[in-house]
Design a protein around this ligand. Structure first.
Ligand SMILES: [Cu+2]
Length: 154
């Protein structure tokens, strides 16, 4: 390679680095990976709730039973979708505010769960439910699978 050709290559590389840096600037919102069934409507609503609160979401329409098991979430805490954000598992309709609090506090834990599908939780709060709001709790799942109350909604 002659010297002028080498210089052109260096500039092209620099330009590419600058361009990719610009592209990355808009993507520092945490990425939430979601496993769900393709036909799950309330899962889609929960994804929309996360996106409305500044999260980026990537969904895998392959069901959530396998991933729930791999992440160590007890079956008894199960819900309709399972997610992973910054190394933490999320099971069910966990409010975005609780996810943000989790990511700030960074406790040693598997993650958060809202077992079942309580009406009134994010994604379970559409017009079809007529404004009904059941009380529910967000549980923090410790590494040994035991739980403690992370927040309560009533
Ligand atoms: Cu659901």
């Amino acid at each position: 390679m002659n010297p002028s050709r080498r210089l052109v290559t260096a500039w092209a590389t620099l330009a590419a680095v600058v361009a990719s840096g610009t592209a990355l600037a808009g993507t520092d919102a945490p990425l939430v990976e979601v496993w769900k069934s393709p036909s799950c409507g309330c899962c889609k609503e929960w994804v929309a709730h996360l996106e409305a609160n500044g999260f980026r979401v990537s969904a895998h329409d392959e069901g959530n039973t396998g991933m729930r098991g791999r992440l160590g979430i007890p079956v008894a805490l199960g819900s309709c979708h399972t997610a992973l954000v910054a190394g933490y598992a999320l099971e069910g309709h966990v409010p975005a505010g609780d996810v943000q609090r989790l990511l700030k506090a960074r406790p040693v834990a598997i993650g958060l769960a809202v077992p079942g599908m309580p009406v009134g939780s994010p994604g379970m709060d559409g017009p079809a439910y007529g404004g009904r709001r059941d009380s529910y709790q967000v549980l923090l799942i410790a590494k040994n699978g035991s739980t403690s109350v992370f927040s309560s909604y009533r």
